[in-house]
Design a protein around this ligand. Structure first.
Ligand code: RTP
Ligand code: MG
Length: 140
């Protein structure tokens, strides 16, 4: 299996409840390495460019408001099969449907305030990492 990189975001509900360390422990426990990490506060423009793919969705405006409501922690995760592995340990978008032991089952509040983002393909991971990090900030 190939070593991959994926973009992770610890969302406002996670930073507000001081869950960064607990979520990082799940990530590292699954064998993924955090090779870049920074805490930032997005403005509407940042969130709009990141979520441009969801612009037509009914939840888009709420999502932009939510993602700009408090600081977030952006991360690059590296490991074997990192994109699919992180999606697996995140759990389903709606925490009511998330499997036991997943980050969203453990920590998410609801379908919107669901604690984490993870890229959904290798191509999107490369694009999202490029939006959020300079190459010099990533130390593999
Ligand atoms: P993510 O992109 O954050 O990793 O989550 P995902 O792939 O599991 O879900 P996606 O369909 O890409 O939706 C992006 C984020 O939008 C919020 N959402 N709200 N109110 C709603 O029905 C609703 N649906 C989605 C969530 O924060 C979701 O993670
Ligand atoms: Mg998504």
């Amino acid at each position: 299996m190939a070593v991959e990189r994926t973009l992770s975001i610890l969302k406002p509900d996670a930073t507000e409840r001081n869950l960064t360390g607990k979520i990082n422990a799940v990530i590292e426990g699954a064998g993924l390495r955090i090779i870049a990490q920074k805490r930032v506060k997005w403005d509407a423009g940042d969130a709009a460019s990141f979520y441009a793919v969801h612009k037509a969705r009914p939840f888009y405006n709420d999502l932009v408001t939510y993602m700009t409501s408090a600081p977030i922690v952006v991360q690059v995760l590296e490991g074997e099969n990192a994109v699919a592995k992180y999606r697996e340990i995140m759990g389903a978008t709606n925490p009511e449907n998330a499997a036991d032991g997943t980050i969203r089952k453990l920590f998410a509040e609801n379908i919107e305030r669901n604690s984490v983002h993870g890229s959904d393909s290798a191509d999107n991971a490369a694009q999202e990492i490029g939006l959020v990090f300079q190459e010099s900030e990533i130390v593999g």
